[in-house]
Design a protein around this ligand. Structure first.
Ligand code: 2BA
Length: 109
């Protein structure tokens, strides 16, 4: 068995869950925050049999899209009277960051 942990844009999470449920997979969504942008994202946990993992990855790819976001870099140290005009930096986020874990044991009581 595998546990697929997929960090996705919150705007994609609903469609991803619907697509997973439509194919009979079970999933849990956790609200998370990215360490770099400090913005909300969603982490989707999906437990599957080994031979189903590839199908789940296909569904994730179909439903999660890359986006361009802009971040303001930290301002440099400036002297009094100097003016600093921040230039936003372009960052490509997603579609999905996926970790796949082997599950040693699964119990449901
Ligand atoms: P964030 O940490 O908010 O990162 C958002 C995007 O910012 C990243 O997109 C990446 O393009 C950029 N980024 C992140 N750290 C950077 C850095 N030190 N310097 C320059 N740019 C940086 P993604 O790579 O698609 O990641 C989307 C989200 O997935 C991340 O949000 C984080 O929540 C999660 N993530 C990505 N890689 C991870 C990892 N190795 N471990 C745990 N979580 C991860």
């Amino acid at each position: 068995m595998k546990l697929i942990m997929s960090i996705v844009n919150t705007d994609d999470a609903r469609g991803l869950i619907q697509a997973l449920m439509g194919k009979g997979f079970r999933a849990t969504v956790i609200s998370t925050t990215g360490g770099f942008l400090r913005e909300g994202n969603s982490t989707v946990l999906i437990g599957v049999e080994d031979d189903q993992a590839a199908s789940v990855l296909d569904i994730i790819q179909e439903n999660c899209h890359t986006r361009i976001q802009y971040v303001n870099p930290l301002p440099p140290a400036i002297e009094p009277g100097e003016l600093y005009m921040p230039t936003p930096m372009e960052v490509e986020v997603g579609g999905a960051t996926v970790f796949i874990f082997r599950v040693d044991r699964f119990e449901k009581y």
